[in-house]
Unconditional design. Structure first.
Ligand SMILES: Nc1ncnc2c1ncn2[C@@H]1O[C@H](COP(=O)(O)OP(=O)(O)O)[C@@H](O)[C@H]1O
Ligand SMILES: [Mg+2]
Length: 211
Protein backbone atom coordinates (compact mmCIF):
# COMPACT_ATOMS: atom_id res chain seq x y z
CA UNK A 1 0.00 0.00 0.00
CA UNK A 2 1.27 3.48 -0.82
CA UNK A 3 1.91 6.01 1.94
CA UNK A 4 -0.85 8.60 1.89
CA UNK A 5 -0.03 12.24 2.53
CA UNK A 6 -3.20 14.29 2.81
CA UNK A 7 -3.35 18.07 2.59
CA UNK A 8 -6.36 19.48 4.42
CA UNK A 9 -7.56 22.54 6.29
CA UNK A 10 -10.98 23.85 7.21
CA UNK A 11 -10.35 27.14 5.49
CA UNK A 12 -10.04 27.69 1.73
CA UNK A 13 -7.26 29.71 0.14
CA UNK A 14 -4.60 28.68 2.66
CA UNK A 15 -2.34 26.96 0.12
CA UNK A 16 -3.62 23.37 0.09
CA UNK A 17 -3.48 22.88 -3.68
CA UNK A 18 -0.16 24.71 -4.03
CA UNK A 19 1.32 22.50 -1.31
CA UNK A 20 -0.17 19.29 -2.74
CA UNK A 21 1.19 19.92 -6.23
CA UNK A 22 4.70 20.85 -5.16
CA UNK A 23 4.90 18.04 -2.65
CA UNK A 24 3.68 15.48 -5.18
CA UNK A 25 6.30 16.66 -7.64
CA UNK A 26 9.05 16.52 -5.03
CA UNK A 27 8.06 13.00 -3.96
CA UNK A 28 7.64 11.99 -7.60
CA UNK A 29 11.29 12.75 -8.26
CA UNK A 30 12.18 10.12 -5.63
CA UNK A 31 9.48 7.45 -5.95
CA UNK A 32 6.33 6.77 -7.97
CA UNK A 33 3.78 9.29 -6.75
CA UNK A 34 0.18 10.07 -7.59
CA UNK A 35 -1.60 13.33 -6.86
CA UNK A 36 -5.31 12.79 -6.20
CA UNK A 37 -7.64 15.75 -6.49
CA UNK A 38 -10.51 15.37 -4.02
CA UNK A 39 -11.89 18.84 -4.66
CA UNK A 40 -14.54 17.83 -7.18
CA UNK A 41 -15.92 21.34 -7.44
CA UNK A 42 -12.81 23.36 -8.19
CA UNK A 43 -10.47 20.66 -9.44
CA UNK A 44 -7.61 23.15 -9.13
CA UNK A 45 -4.94 20.48 -8.79
CA UNK A 46 -6.19 18.74 -11.95
CA UNK A 47 -6.34 22.02 -13.86
CA UNK A 48 -2.81 22.77 -12.77
CA UNK A 49 -1.55 19.34 -13.67
CA UNK A 50 -3.31 19.22 -17.01
CA UNK A 51 -1.93 22.60 -17.99
CA UNK A 52 1.61 21.27 -17.96
CA UNK A 53 3.37 18.86 -20.22
CA UNK A 54 6.96 18.91 -19.08
CA UNK A 55 6.84 16.22 -16.40
CA UNK A 56 6.57 13.02 -18.39
CA UNK A 57 9.98 11.87 -17.19
CA UNK A 58 8.88 11.90 -13.58
CA UNK A 59 6.99 9.19 -11.83
CA UNK A 60 4.20 11.59 -11.12
CA UNK A 61 0.60 11.29 -12.21
CA UNK A 62 -2.65 12.95 -11.20
CA UNK A 63 -6.22 11.71 -11.07
CA UNK A 64 -9.54 12.86 -9.65
CA UNK A 65 -10.17 11.17 -6.30
CA UNK A 66 -13.48 9.76 -7.59
CA UNK A 67 -11.67 7.78 -10.26
CA UNK A 68 -9.38 6.38 -7.59
CA UNK A 69 -12.31 5.34 -5.40
CA UNK A 70 -13.87 3.50 -8.33
CA UNK A 71 -10.64 1.75 -9.21
CA UNK A 72 -8.04 1.47 -6.49
CA UNK A 73 -5.75 -0.31 -8.95
CA UNK A 74 -5.02 3.17 -10.30
CA UNK A 75 -2.52 3.45 -7.47
CA UNK A 76 -0.81 0.12 -8.11
CA UNK A 77 2.95 0.52 -7.96
CA UNK A 78 2.78 3.92 -6.29
CA UNK A 79 4.92 4.65 -3.25
CA UNK A 80 3.12 7.86 -2.36
CA UNK A 81 -0.38 9.23 -2.79
CA UNK A 82 -0.79 12.94 -2.20
CA UNK A 83 -4.39 13.88 -1.59
CA UNK A 84 -5.49 17.47 -2.23
CA UNK A 85 -8.80 18.08 -0.43
CA UNK A 86 -11.38 20.83 -0.57
CA UNK A 87 -11.83 23.31 2.25
CA UNK A 88 -14.58 23.12 4.82
CA UNK A 89 -14.61 19.41 5.64
CA UNK A 90 -16.64 18.69 8.73
CA UNK A 91 -15.06 17.44 11.94
CA UNK A 92 -15.64 13.75 11.24
CA UNK A 93 -14.24 14.01 7.72
CA UNK A 94 -11.05 15.63 9.02
CA UNK A 95 -10.53 12.93 11.61
CA UNK A 96 -11.20 10.24 9.00
CA UNK A 97 -8.76 11.84 6.57
CA UNK A 98 -6.07 11.80 9.25
CA UNK A 99 -6.82 8.20 10.20
CA UNK A 100 -6.57 6.96 6.63
CA UNK A 101 -3.28 8.82 6.01
CA UNK A 102 0.30 8.41 7.13
CA UNK A 103 0.55 12.15 7.47
CA UNK A 104 -1.93 15.02 7.44
CA UNK A 105 -0.42 18.33 6.34
CA UNK A 106 -2.40 21.38 7.46
CA UNK A 107 -1.36 24.55 5.62
CA UNK A 108 -1.97 27.85 7.37
CA UNK A 109 -1.18 31.40 6.39
CA UNK A 110 0.10 33.61 9.21
CA UNK A 111 -2.88 35.93 9.33
CA UNK A 112 -5.79 36.27 11.75
CA UNK A 113 -8.58 34.58 9.78
CA UNK A 114 -6.36 31.74 8.71
CA UNK A 115 -5.16 31.01 12.24
CA UNK A 116 -8.77 31.03 13.49
CA UNK A 117 -9.58 28.44 10.84
CA UNK A 118 -6.57 26.49 12.09
CA UNK A 119 -8.07 26.21 15.57
CA UNK A 120 -11.24 24.72 14.05
CA UNK A 121 -9.15 22.25 12.06
CA UNK A 122 -7.08 21.18 15.06
CA UNK A 123 -9.90 20.82 17.61
CA UNK A 124 -11.43 17.58 16.30
CA UNK A 125 -7.98 16.04 15.79
CA UNK A 126 -6.95 16.79 19.36
CA UNK A 127 -10.30 15.55 20.71
CA UNK A 128 -9.86 12.25 18.85
CA UNK A 129 -6.25 11.91 20.00
CA UNK A 130 -5.06 11.93 16.38
CA UNK A 131 -1.37 12.79 16.28
CA UNK A 132 -0.15 12.18 12.71
CA UNK A 133 -0.62 15.76 11.59
CA UNK A 134 1.68 18.73 11.19
CA UNK A 135 0.96 22.38 10.46
CA UNK A 136 2.70 24.01 7.48
CA UNK A 137 3.05 27.77 7.71
CA UNK A 138 2.86 29.09 4.19
CA UNK A 139 2.69 32.38 2.28
CA UNK A 140 5.00 33.90 4.90
CA UNK A 141 5.70 37.61 4.40
CA UNK A 142 9.37 38.59 4.31
CA UNK A 143 11.23 40.51 7.02
CA UNK A 144 10.72 42.82 8.81
CA UNK A 145 7.41 41.00 9.29
CA UNK A 146 7.68 38.43 12.06
CA UNK A 147 4.26 36.91 11.37
CA UNK A 148 5.55 33.53 10.23
CA UNK A 149 7.98 33.02 13.11
CA UNK A 150 5.48 34.34 15.63
CA UNK A 151 2.88 31.80 14.52
CA UNK A 152 5.47 29.02 14.51
CA UNK A 153 6.55 29.70 18.08
CA UNK A 154 2.97 30.22 19.30
CA UNK A 155 2.04 26.80 17.89
CA UNK A 156 5.13 25.14 19.33
CA UNK A 157 4.41 26.64 22.73
CA UNK A 158 0.98 25.02 22.63
CA UNK A 159 2.46 21.69 21.69
CA UNK A 160 1.09 21.74 18.13
CA UNK A 161 3.38 19.85 15.70
CA UNK A 162 4.64 22.25 13.05
CA UNK A 163 7.05 21.84 10.13
CA UNK A 164 10.37 23.61 10.64
CA UNK A 165 10.19 24.66 6.99
CA UNK A 166 7.96 27.62 6.22
CA UNK A 167 7.01 28.54 2.65
CA UNK A 168 7.84 32.14 1.87
CA UNK A 169 5.48 34.50 0.09
CA UNK A 170 6.37 35.31 -3.51
CA UNK A 171 4.57 36.33 -6.67
CA UNK A 172 6.35 33.41 -8.36
CA UNK A 173 3.83 31.06 -6.72
CA UNK A 174 0.92 32.76 -8.47
CA UNK A 175 2.88 32.80 -11.74
CA UNK A 176 3.48 29.06 -11.41
CA UNK A 177 -0.26 28.45 -11.04
CA UNK A 178 -1.02 30.70 -14.03
CA UNK A 179 1.55 28.93 -16.18
CA UNK A 180 0.57 25.45 -15.00
CA UNK A 181 4.09 24.64 -13.82
CA UNK A 182 5.87 24.12 -10.53
CA UNK A 183 7.56 27.18 -9.10
CA UNK A 184 11.02 25.71 -9.97
CA UNK A 185 10.05 26.10 -13.64
CA UNK A 186 8.97 29.73 -13.52
CA UNK A 187 11.43 31.59 -15.73
CA UNK A 188 12.77 35.08 -15.17
CA UNK A 189 11.84 35.36 -11.50
CA UNK A 190 14.75 35.01 -9.09
CA UNK A 191 12.44 34.33 -6.16
CA UNK A 192 11.18 31.19 -7.85
CA UNK A 193 14.42 29.40 -6.90
CA UNK A 194 14.07 30.43 -3.27
CA UNK A 195 10.50 29.17 -3.03
CA UNK A 196 11.55 25.97 -4.75
CA UNK A 197 14.13 25.53 -1.99
CA UNK A 198 11.37 25.86 0.58
CA UNK A 199 9.40 23.08 -1.10
CA UNK A 200 12.49 20.87 -1.32
CA UNK A 201 13.08 21.26 2.41
CA UNK A 202 9.42 20.58 3.10
CA UNK A 203 9.66 17.45 0.95
CA UNK A 204 12.64 16.23 2.97
CA UNK A 205 10.74 16.79 6.20
CA UNK A 206 7.69 14.97 4.87
CA UNK A 207 9.87 12.02 3.83
CA UNK A 208 11.33 11.85 7.32
CA UNK A 209 7.80 11.51 8.72
CA UNK A 210 6.40 8.92 6.34
CA UNK A 211 9.35 6.56 5.90
N1 LIG B 1 3.92 30.99 -0.85
C1 LIG B 1 2.99 31.69 -1.49
N2 LIG B 1 3.26 32.93 -1.96
C2 LIG B 1 2.32 33.66 -2.62
N3 LIG B 1 1.06 33.25 -2.85
C3 LIG B 1 0.72 32.03 -2.41
C4 LIG B 1 1.64 31.19 -1.70
N4 LIG B 1 1.00 30.02 -1.40
C5 LIG B 1 -0.25 30.14 -1.90
N5 LIG B 1 -0.43 31.34 -2.50
C6 LIG B 1 -1.64 31.82 -3.17
O1 LIG B 1 -2.76 31.67 -2.31
C7 LIG B 1 -3.92 31.36 -3.07
C8 LIG B 1 -4.58 30.11 -2.51
O2 LIG B 1 -3.74 29.00 -2.70
P1 LIG B 1 -4.34 27.53 -2.97
O3 LIG B 1 -3.17 26.60 -2.96
O4 LIG B 1 -5.23 27.51 -4.15
O5 LIG B 1 -5.20 27.34 -1.63
P2 LIG B 1 -6.36 26.29 -1.30
O6 LIG B 1 -6.13 25.05 -2.12
O7 LIG B 1 -6.19 26.05 0.18
O8 LIG B 1 -7.66 26.96 -1.59
C9 LIG B 1 -3.47 31.19 -4.52
O9 LIG B 1 -3.75 32.38 -5.21
C10 LIG B 1 -1.97 30.96 -4.39
O10 LIG B 1 -1.27 31.38 -5.54
MG1 LIG C 1 -7.46 24.00 -3.41
Amino acid sequence: MPSIVTIAAKKGGVGKTTTALHLAQYLGRHSPTMLLDADEELRSAMDWYEGQDGYQGWTFAAHPYQAFLQNEHLADGMTFLVLDTKGGEDREALVQLAQQSQLLVIPCKPEGVSSKGLVRTLQPLIEHAVSNYRVLITDVPSAPSMDGLNLKYALKEQGVPVFETMIRRAAAVGKAADEGVAVRDVKGDRYAKLINMDYELLGQEVLSHVQ
